[in-house]
Design a protein around this ligand. Structure first.
Ligand SMILES: Cc1ncc(COP(=O)(O)O)c(C=O)c1O
Length: 385
């Protein structure tokens, strides 16, 4: 990668040239099991035959068209997503990345509520750029919930100082992200308290479902674990199975408000037919093959296996997650060396040096055999230290 700017971190010396299902292959023919699904995106697995066929067919018809023209596959993709979130008569826009979808959701929330201040949780990742990426203090109130797990298990205390400090009457919206970054999900009572206080004061609830959406956590959307009723939902990653398409879905009143208010947003690839065709195939396949339920069941088995491993290795401090969004927090060991050794044994897993985590976000089709293979390899790597 001599000519590619390095702006993320270490690049391993491997040239990945092909993917199929849960596997990717390098130019030497070596096979790797991809426990990251690319960047948590290939829910159906790499090079999925149904997605590929959809792409070929749509490429032969039309990929992209001007803002003022309609196309049936775009409308169909919107209809399917609105049905998935259960927003009757809502509206949808298709964009190109998760960051763009969250930033768009943030812009429309401010526009609708006319309040610039937004609320989010500490540790949440919202995107690579824009207001959501920067989260400047004048525009964002970042709620530190690090002590909420131990404070109460039943509900937020009426005398909670953190809650009392929140300027609910100035908050335009709560951008909720169900803890995918550090695989640490916030407590249900906290989310429900924030939801009701924000709504009481006229704010909107925005669910950032870029990572947790479309089956990752064993339900269609991460917010379902909280019985949250969002007004706006941002989806990405799984939506394109690796193709760069994202979406923002909103309830009827938000859509009507924006259209009535002459809201403008122009980006060359919004509502592109090619991305929307992929969306229809991904959403249909997730439902038809029962992958959301599979994520829940296989995720539970996977988690139990990680917990067994934890009993054998003191360096595993904690096993966390839901569905096929799992992580282990390590202690007293060299995280990046472990990551590299797993790679050399043919397993691609995620790493967060900041939180000392190995993350497992595989395709929702991952087999128990491949999970066993990775657990054995990880056990061997940990035993050798
Ligand atoms: C929770 C969350 N929000 C937003 C984003 C940004 O999405 P993208 O990288 O597609 O721009 C990510 C990416 O990892 C994410 O995990």
């Amino acid at each position: 990668m001599e000519h590619i700017l390095r702006c993320f971190g270490d690049i391993y010396n491997v040239s990945v040239v092909r993917g199929e299902g849960c596997y990717v292959y390098d130019d030497q023919g070596n096979k790797y099991v991809d426990f990251e699904a690319g960047v948590w995106s290939a829910a159906l697995g790499h090079s999925h035959p149904g997605v590929n066929e959809t792409l070929y067919k749509q490429v032969d018809q039309i990929m992209h068209l001007g803002y003022r023209y309609q196309n049936p596959i775009v409308e169909e993709a919107a209809r399917m997503l609105l049905e998935a979130v259960n927003f009757d008569s809502g509206k949808c826009i298709f964009l190109s990345s998760g960051s763009e979808a969250v930033e768009f959701a943030v812009q429309i929330t401010r526009r609708i509520t006319k309040r610039p201040l937004l609320l989010t949780l500490s540790g949440a990742y919202l995107g690579a750029f824009g207001s959501a990426g920067k989260r400047d203090a004048e525009e964002w109130h970042v709620f530190d919930w690090s002590k909420c797990h131990t404070c109460s298990t039943t509900g937020c205390r009426p005398d909670c100082k953190l809650m009392a400090d929140l300027p609910f009457d100035q908050i335009g919206g709560f951008v909720m992200e169900a803890g995918s970054n550090w695989v640490r999900m916030p407590p249900k009572h906290l989310i429900q308290t924030l939801e009701s206080r924000v709504k009481e004061e006229g704010g909107l609830i925005v669910a950032n479902e870029i990572t947790t959406g479309l089956g990752r956590t064993g339900s269609w959307f991460g917010y379902e674990h909280y019985c949250l009723q969002p007004d706006i939902v941002a989806v990405g990653k799984h939506l394109g199975n690796g193709y760069p398409v994202s979406a923002v879905v909103m309830k009827e009143h938000s859509g009507l408000y924006l259209e009535g208010d002459s809201f403008r947003y122009a980006q060359s690839h919004q509502n592109d037919a090619l991305g929307c065709a992929v969306v229809t195939t991904v959403v249909r396949t997730l439902g038809e093959v029962g992958l959301v339920q599979r994520s829940k069941e296989v995720g539970q088995i996977f988690k139990e296996k990680l917990i067994e491993l934890q009993h054998q290795h003191k360096c595993i401090k904690e096993v966390r997650g839901l569905g096929l969004m799992l992580a282990i927090e390590l202690q007293h060991c060299e995280l990046s060396a472990i990551h590299r050794e797993l790679f050399s044994k043919g397993y691609l897993v995620g790493i967060s040096a900041l939180a000392n985590l190995l993350r497992f976000f595989p395709p929702l089709t991952i087999s128990i055999e491949d999970i066993d293979g990775m657990i054995n390899a990880l056990g061997a790597v940990l035993s050798s230290r």
